[in-house]
Design a protein around this ligand. Sequence first.
Ligand SMILES: O=C(O)CCC(=O)C(=O)O
Ligand SMILES: [Fe+2]
Length: 505
Amino acid sequence: MAAALPAAIGATEAGTDNDDDDLKRAIAESMRMAHEQQEAALTTPGARVEAGMVVVPNVGDAAPLSILEAEYAAGDHGALWAAKLRALSARYVAIRRVRGDGNCFYRSLWMGYMERLLALPVAERRRFWEEEVPSLVSTMRAHLPDDERRHAFVTLGETFARSACALCNVPDSAPDSAAGAADAALEEYAEARVLLEAGIEHCGAENAEMLVRALGQMRRTGPSPALEAEGVALAWPGKGDESKYAAGETRFERLSAPAWPNDCPRGTYYPTGHAAIAVSTTPVLPPDECAWVVSQAERVAKERWMSDHSDATKKGADMIWTKGFPDRLWLREVPGLVEWFEHRLRTRLFPMLQSLYPEAIPTADVLRCHDAFISRYTSEGMNSLEVHQDTTDFTFTIALNPSSEYEGGGTLFPNVRPADADNAQPFANHVAAPEVGCVVSFPGRLHHGGHPITSGVRYIIPLFIYLDRNKLTDRERGYLLHEAGIVPAAPAGLDVFSKHLNAQR
Ligand SMILES: O=C(O)CCC(=O)C(=O)O
Ligand SMILES: [Fe+2]
C-alpha cells in the first residue's frame, strides 16, 4: 500500500518536525482506515481482488433484509434502525448492495426498476416502461442540479433501457422467430440474450417461464449430432471454393423508396431511402448449388415442410401478420445445408451485402444471420406473403429455382422507383423477380411482401440480417451484466450453432 502513496505525500521533508509527526500520524490513520475499508469490502458477496485492491460488484446479489438487522443492532440508534427496517420490510423482500462510487444512487434506482420490470406480467411491463419510466426520468432530471449529473443519470438509464427493451418487447404468445421479427426488436441482441440467460439462472427455469419463452426465439438448437456428422461428411457443392466475392462482376439494379416509414421502432442503419433496394441481375450464388439445395430439401423434407397456414394465433411480434406463412423448412433440419450456407455467407453473401451498403456496414464481419430457412410458395397452398416490415437491419432473399418453374412470384415493394429516375417519376408498386442464384436485398424495415405465384413452386431463402452491436462497439458479450455487477451464466447456455448464423462474437 505504501508504494501506492501519491508522490506529493512523501515530498514534505521540508516541513518542521511537528508537521512531520502530524503528517506521519495522518498517513498512518488514513492507511488504517483504508485497510479497514478493504477488509470490510472483502466480506461483500461477489467481491474480488484485482491488482491488490478489493473490487466490490457494482450491484450485489439479492440478500434478505434480515442481514441488516445484525449490522445495525448495536450502537446508539439501534431502536431507530430497527423501526426503519420494519418499515422497509413491509415493502421490500431483499436488498442488493450497490457500490458507493458516485453513481450508486442512479444505479440503485435503475436496478430497482429493472427488477420490478421482471416481476410484472409482460403486458404490464411494456406499459410500465413506456409510461412510468419516462415520467420518472423527467421528474428526476428536473431535480438534478447540474448537466454532468443529468448526463450521468440519463446515460446509465440508457444502458439499462437497452436491456429492459429486451424484457418489454416480448410478445405474450410464443413469437414467430421465423419472421425475424420479435428478436430483432432488441437493440442489442447478444446482450439481451445474455441477460435473459442470467435471469433464468437466477430464477431457475421453473420460475422463469416467461424468460425461457422470450429466449426461445434466440436460443438456437443446432442440428442433431447425427445430422451434423452427416453434413460435415457430405461433399456439398462449392466446398473448398474460397474464391472471393468480386463486387465488380455482379450487376445490380437499385431502387429507391421515398422515406422511411415512421412506424419504424427499431430504426435502421441505412440512413435514406435512396438506392435502398438492390436486385442482382447476375447470380451471386452458382445456380447448380441452388438446385442442389432444393433437391436436398425436397429429398429430406418430403412431408416435413412445416405449415402454419391460417393459424390466427401465430402473428408476428409486430402484429402485422393476418395470414399464415408459406411452407418453411429450417436449414438445420437438412444435412449439409448449414455447412453450405455458412460457407456462402462468408465467401459471397456477407461481402456482397457489405459492398452494397458500405455506409451502413463497415465490415462484413459485423454481420449476423439469425438462423435461416427455405420458404416454399405453392400455387395451391400458401402462394404469397402479405406486405410487411421485417425488424431486421437488412433482409435479403435468394432465389433458389428458375423463374420458368412458376408464374408470378418475386418480392413486392409497394412504393419505389429506380434509383436513377428523375424526381418527377412517381413511386409505384414494383415486383423484383430475380433469376435463380440472384438476390433481392433491402433494409428490413422497408415495406415488402411475397408476390402471389399463380402456378408452380417458388423456393427462396430469406435472410434476416443483424449488425452485431457488440462487435461494432468492440464490447464484450455480457458487458451490460458486468456493468451491473452480475456475472453472466457460463456460455454453455448460449447454444449457438454456428459462427455466422448467430450473434456469437
Ligand atoms: O417472398 C419474398 O420475396 C419475400 C419474403 C419475405 O419478405 C420474408 O420472408 O420475410
Ligand atoms: Fe420479409
